[in-house]
Structures are given as structure tokens and as C-alpha cells.
Design a binder for this molecule. Structure first.
Ligand code: 0L1
Ligand code: MG
Length: 237
């Protein structure tokens, strides 16, 4: 059952075709869903991708309430998901992507070595972005892409920095890093607890500071985090 669900999620991603939810008959609970995620990521690694970090999801009270949970979830980032700062993301490689403003940490020696503004591209493999908690965990927590801005030392007040998400020069979302677990630095112990191992050089996406917005053809997305600077990407036409 684990391999079958992983194969279907993988095929949905590769063929850019949204899936129906698996439903209660699939018997997918949270523990089994993480096993599906393991198998799904193993398929990507088998095709030559390397795991380069981890992401946390459902890190804001708003998203937890929406899903009816009080636990964060986690997924893996691979090198194939990386988009250069200022780069263009090929929309034909995605189903119905959304972008959300995040904070990224660079991990060294089990500690935070640097911080950067970041954009996460989420793209559920389920139709209409509708899923249960277990289903989204199995789907590698909707991970699809990430952009990291310039790395820098972590300022003391990283727990309450203003965050702006602009699309084509217009303000799309405004928030604060406080929305990320109350303090994004909490992502490190959470990720270490959940993932078990954080390797040197890995990127840790701490979570979203605002709701996600759909990424439309040709859109230019810019995220600014107070004191941390700016990161951007463009969607293909
Ligand atoms: O990164 C996230 O917080 C997304 C987690 C999965 C839920 C979603 O796709 O919105
Ligand atoms: Mg996210």
C-alpha cells in the first residue's frame, strides 16, 4: 500500500496531473503517511536528485486551525526543487503552484549558521489543493520549489520582522516572522525532532509568514523580510 500510494503521487508530479484524494479506504494515518513520503523521496533520489534540506509546514496558527491540527509537519527539499534567486520557474513543471514567503536557515553543526529571506513554491498533487493531514504528509507536504535570498548572520530580533509578498509590484500579502512558530528559530529544534538528522549545509525552510498565493504565468514575485532583504522569482509565460 505504501509503495502504491508513493507511485501514484510520484506519477502525478511527473505527469503534472492532479490526483483525487485517496479517501478513508486507503487507511492512511500520519505514521504511514511519513513512510509514503520516505518512499516518494526515495523515488526522486533514485532518479538522481539529492536531498538538500527540510521544510516545515503548518507552522502558523492560522494553517493549523484550518487543518484542525496542533502539530507542524515536515518534508524534504531536493536539489531539483532549487530555483536561483531572480530565476524563472517553468510553470509547465507544476500543476497549480502557489508561493509563500518564508525564512530559510542554513544548518551547520546542528545549529543555525545563517538566515535568508526565501520563497517556497507549494504544489499539491491533489486536485484543488484538497487533502487530509495524512494525505499532505504523504505528498511531501506539497514541496515543489524554493528560492533563497542572500545568507547573512541571524539578527537578535528575527522573531518579529515585517514580511511583504509582492506580485508584479503590487502588495499581495503582508505579515510578520512571528507567524512562524512564534519565532522562526523554533524551526531548528522542531526540524531536528521530526527529521532526526539535519546535515551540515542543509537548508531549513522554517515556514510561511502569510497565506500562499497562486503563481500565475509571467508573474514576478518578490519577498522582502525586514532587515534580511529581498528574494525574487519569475514564472514562465
Ligand atoms: O509549507 C506549507 O506550510 C504547506 C504545507 C502543506 C499544506 C499546503 O499545501 O498548504
Ligand atoms: Mg511552506
Amino acid at each position: 500500500m505504501i509503495d502504491t500510494i508513493a507511485a501514484r503521487l510520484d506519477e502525478a508530479a511527473v505527469t503534472r496531473t492532479a490526483l483525487a484524494q485517496f479517501g478513508a479506504d486507503a487507511g492512511l494515518d500520519v505514521a504511514t503517511a511519513y513512510q509514503v513520503q520516505d518512499a516518494l523521496v526515495a523515488r526522486r533520489v533514485g532518479r538522481g536528485e539529492a536531498v538538500v534540506g527540510v521544510k516545515l509546514g503548518l507552522t502558523s496558527r492560522a494553517k493549523m486551525t484550518q487543518m484542525g491540527v496542533d502539530e507542524v509537519i515536515w518534508g524534504r527539499l531536493t536539489d531539483a526543487m532549487h530555483i536561483c534567486d531572480g530565476g524563472t520557474v517553468d510553470l509547465s513543471g507544476h500543476i497549480h503552484p502557489k508561493v509563500e514567503p518564508e525564512v530559510a536557515f542554513l544548518v551547520e553543526g546542528g545549529a543555525i549558521a545563517a538566515v535568508a529571506p526565501a520563497v517556497e513554491l507549494i504544489d499539491s498533487r491533489y486536485r484543488d489543493f484538497r487533502f487530509t493531514l495524512a494525505e499532505v504528509i504523504a505528498d511531501n507536504t506539497s514541496a515543489s520549489g524554493f528560492v533563497v535570498g542572500p545568507w547573512q548572520p541571524v539578527p537578535d530580533n528575527v522573531d518579529n520582522l515585517g514580511v511583504l509578498l509582492e506580485v508584479d509590484g503590487r502588495v499581495a500579502q503582508v505579515g510578520s516572522t512571528a507567524a512562524i512558530l512564534g519565532d522562526p528559530r523554533r524551526a531548528l529544534p522542531e526540524a531536528a525532532r521530526l527529521a532526526g538528522e539535519l546535515r551540515d549545509g542543509w537548508v531549513l525552510l522554517a515556514g510561511a509568514a502569510t497565506a500562499a498565493v497562486p503563481l500565475t504565468p509571467g508573474a514576478h514575485v518578490r519577498v522582502t523580510v525586514e532587515q534580511l532583504g529581498t528574494v525574487s522569482l519569475r514564472a514562465s509565460a
